[in-house]
Design a protein around this ligand. Sequence first.
Ligand SMILES: [Zn+2]
Length: 634
Amino acid sequence: MYLPRCRALVAVIAVLIFSLPSLAQSKAPSLTLAVDATEAPRKIFHARLTIPASPGTLTLYYPKWIPGEHAPDGPVVDLAGLKFTGNGQTLNWRRDLTDMYTIHVEVPAGVTTVEASLDYLSPAGERGFSEAASATARMTVVSWNQVLLYPSGWPADQITYRASLRLPEGWEFGTALPVASHSGNEINFQPASLYTLVDSPVIAGEYLKVVPLRPAGEYPPHEMDIAADSAAALDAPPEVWQDYRNLVSQAYALFGARHYRDYHFLYSLSNHVAHFGLEHHESDDSRVGEDGLVNPGERKLVAGLLPHEYVHSWNGKYRRPADLTTPDYEKPMVTTMLWVYEGLTSYLGDVLTARSGMWNPQEFREELAMTGAMLDHRPGRTWRNLQDTNDSAQVLYFSPPQWSSWRRSVDFYPEGVLDWLWADVIIRQQTHNQKSLNDFCKLFYAGPTPQPNQAPMVKPYTVDDLVNALNQVAPYDWRGFWHERLTTHAAHAPLGGIEGSGWRVVYTDTPSEMSKLAEQNRKSINAEYSVGLALRDDGTIVDAVQGMLAANAGIGPGMQVVAVNGRKFTPEVWHDVLKATKTASGPLQLLIENTDYFTTYSLNYHGGEMYPHLERETGQPDLLSDIVKALPAK
Ligand SMILES: [Zn+2]
């Protein structure tokens, strides 16, 4: 969605990809946008815009397709208080009858500027992405796409906004958006394109910690801007900051280039905002619980988030699938290549998490074992191939956890870890360890660092570009490899990369440390690989894996286990009884409540608990340990 400028080579690609403005002879519009966030704690934002106009119909859009969310989930339902005036008169408007994000304003003769005012009703619900809860009593993240309209007819990078933001008294802020002036709680930003504005959210709060990640004066600068619901949540031990410094240097060692003027990790620590990560070219909007930095266990569980979003600055923002490179937020995004955009990012994010020290090699392997096991128990693979999880991403992002083993979900994330590990292993094998996916990264993501006065650029790619680059690193049937990965309906997960790297997935009755942490901190019980049930710690069944024992007996999602072998359900009772099935002579008896009715199910199960681990494949070289070793830092 970014129209690159000033570079002849990229301009050629851009002309092919972007539709030209319909009013090419007119000057691209310049708007002002004043956002009042002083009422963020009560979850309402006010905005005023001035929009150049001429008599007739002025067509405005509210951003619909949100970059990085790969879906038409702009929160138009939360747009309220919309009013337009021109020369002091109220102007009539009507919503487009076939597109809820399009507003038509009637502009009378003599009016050259339309003033718009609107409110954004920031939700309290925590499920979702940037459109979900984003403001608490002590902090907020302002996503500009939620508080603006833009005129039709121009690509987002040609429309200029002069934005200002007013914060609650005493709140500090962090953002990658260049600031023109800052006085008290009022910030004036430098004029920026709509593209850059939407790509540059602002984090703000009463408790805001700024942590520089590179030496002062070095270009480009890197910092963390962390807002929390308490001062105590920011008080992480020194090694945490060192890990993030390592992340910056390990990413540079991997890619050999940077494509931003400045990078800001915007990190929200709150139990009252939605938890997710959203990438931007020069920042990321990542949100975890309030104890995400100070609780060592929680820190391990969320460790992969910032590395993932940071990788996106290269993979997703700088290099972007051509069919996701749209000119504005109205044109639909096509998501056929998320297996690269998200899949490769998931793999590289995990690898960088280990290389920067946030996971040790054992923790990396435990995560990988969990990924392999989960995908190996997804019978939905037999009807929905990996390509279809890409193609239907815009609906799968909003699918519930119930039935996920049969529906599948946005599996191109975890399956990308397995597939790109496999690709990494193939390159290492084909080149006798002379090359690796690191070489592909240096080749595919090469390019100059933008100067301080240049917006970052986008270099779109196709499957052909990807296959050609892989072949330059190591000649191989890459097209055939990816075709098989994307179209197979095999019942089992692609574990060739794990096996080729010298390891295999095994199951024991002892949970790994990462499995244990996930169960404790997420209040869940993983019995998917034994009887085929995913449970919450109150016995509620989240999923019953199709084809496994519990599902075959008639148990399904939404039911609740109330007793196990005649004893009231607790997580401890569950684990004890399941473990004892190995030596028990009778069946496992589950008393289950289903919509107010109770039924006892007997499962003839004697396998004990089943938790995944990686075990060394003797005789095979241990490529996995090489992969997670830190690179010589730059
Ligand atoms: Zn991502």
